[in-house]
Design a protein around this ligand. Sequence first.
Ligand SMILES: Cc1cc2nc3c(=O)[nH]c(=O)nc-3n(C[C@H](O)[C@H](O)[C@H](O)COP(=O)(O)O)c2cc1C
Length: 306
Amino acid sequence: MSKPNLSVKIGSMDMQNPVTVASGTFGYGPEYAELVDLNRLGAITVKGIAPDTHLGNQTPRTYETREGMLNAIGLPGPGAQGFIDTYIPFLSKYSTPVIVNIWGKTIEEYGEVVEKLDDEDGIHAYEINLSCPNIKEGGSAFGTDVSIFSDVIKLVRTKTKKPIIPKLAPNVSDIGAFANAAEDSGADSLAIMNSYPAMGINIKTRRPVLANGSGGLSGPAIKPIAIKLVHDAAKTTSLPIIGMGGIFEAEDAIEFLIAGATAVAVGTANFIDPSTAIRVIDGIENYLIENKINDVKQLVGTVNYE
Ligand SMILES: Cc1cc2nc3c(=O)[nH]c(=O)nc-3n(C[C@H](O)[C@H](O)[C@H](O)COP(=O)(O)O)c2cc1C
């Protein structure tokens, strides 16, 4: 059998394969460039960018759990201008499309950051972080209130023609309502899911293990939650979904595709093995060959209920 077609489309953005990296787990690209061939990725998704620089939370900001990690990094970043000056020249040397994850403390700031970034040819899509569990302002509340969620997407839509990909919160009672609201507000795709609001306590000091008090759980522990959210969202919307949550092996990614994701993102696994995304790409290709499937899109949303 000839090589299967791995390419997928997220709005108008072409990906040579369905595998990107999850925002916040891969820096802005240079941090991983010596370890991973960035040209092989389907897309590079960078850490969250706000209109201006942001410091993030006090340490400790991460904590290892059984089957995952807690983090409350608090979205430190160089701001829009810092990203343009420092990282776009670097990322533009690669053929891989760049998805910029954006966030704001207010609804207006989401518009502002896109306004500042949108003239850059080196940016191919925006992932809108509406679901960060680690910051006090904006972010987390926006992703669980369908009306604010829609307002942010509508505002971003007025600022750009590039694909916009709202990132959904997992802690909602009806993911379909958010998927539909995103579609009605002009989104091109959905990213599902962000880390799950979570907490740990040191029993000696009785202090929270994270300086922020609580944070987000990621890694293998959340994969079954993410699979269900992707599955349920795919039933209600025709938008392509980028699925993520605990992908460590190709088999995990294939499960997401069958659940209904068009593409996937590798997150926490990058901290353990930076080459995970490449292994996942190769593993998907092998699975397609073994199962005589000539296009990865044929796998999407094919859960067998018989
Ligand atoms: C250390 C860390 C930092 C993260 N930073 C961001 C971020 O800046 N923006 C965002 O939308 N998601 C962020 N996330 C969430 C991930 O992109 C992803 O949605 C989540 O971790 C689930 O995938 P995983 O289990 O494969 O890590 C972060 C996750 C971790 C672990």
